[in-house]
Design a binder for this molecule. Structure first.
Ligand code: THU
Length: 135
C-alpha cells in the first residue's frame, strides 16, 4: 500500500462522512504494522462536542480489532467537491501518538488534484507527551 493508494482509500471513505452541521467531510485510511487497512469518516452530532473526527474513527476501529501500531495514515478533507490538505487536529495527533512510533508514522494529506504532502507525526507533534512518560 503506497501513499497514493492510501490517500485514494481516504477519499473513498470520505463519501460516508456524516457532517450535516459543518459540511466539512473528512475521510481517513490507515495501515497498521502488519499491513492491515482501516478507514473512517467524521461523524458529527447535534450535540456538537460528541463529534468524532475521521482519523479517530479509523484508529479506534483498528485498535478495537487488536492493532496498536499504525505506520501510515492518509486524510482527505474539505467542503463539498473540494478537498485541500486536511491536516489532522490536535486531538487526533495525540491519539496517533498513542498508537505509533512518532518518527515512523507517516501522515499523508493531499489537495485532491494529485499533490500529496507527507510528514512524520514527530514533525506535526514535536516534544510530544506519550505513554512512556507514565512508566
Ligand atoms: N475533522 C476531522 O474529521 N478531522 C480533523 O482532523 C479535523 C476536523 C472534522 C470534525 C468535524 O466533523 C469537521 O471536521 C469540522 O471540524
Amino acid at each position: 500500500m503506497n501513499e497514493k493508494e492510501l490517500f485514494d482509500l481516504a477519499t473513498e471513505a470520505r463519501k460516508s462522512a456524516y457532517a450535516p452541521y459543518s459540511s466539512y467531510q473528512v475521510g481517513a485510511a490507515l495501515v497498521t504494522e502488519d499491513g492491515s487497512v482501516y478507514t473512517g469518516c467524521n461523524i458529527e452530532n447535534a450535540s456538537y462536542g460528541a463529534t468524532n473526527c475521521a482519523e479517530r474513527t479509523a484508529i479506534f476501529k483498528a485498535v478495537s480489532e487488536g492493532h496498536r501500531k499504525i505506520k501510515m495514515i492518509a486524510i482527505a478533507g474539505g467542503s463539498g467537491d473540494k478537498t485541500n490538505f486536511a491536516f489532522p487536529c490536535g486531538i487526533c495527533r495525540q491519539v496517533m501518538r498513542e498508537f505509533s512510533e512518532p518518527g515512523e508514522l507517516k501522515i499523508v494529506v493531499g489537495d485532491g488534484r494529485g499533490e500529496l504532502r507527507i510528514h512524520t507525526l514527530e514533525e506535526l507533534l514535536p516534544e510530544s507527551f506519550g505513554p512512556e512518560k507514565l512508566e
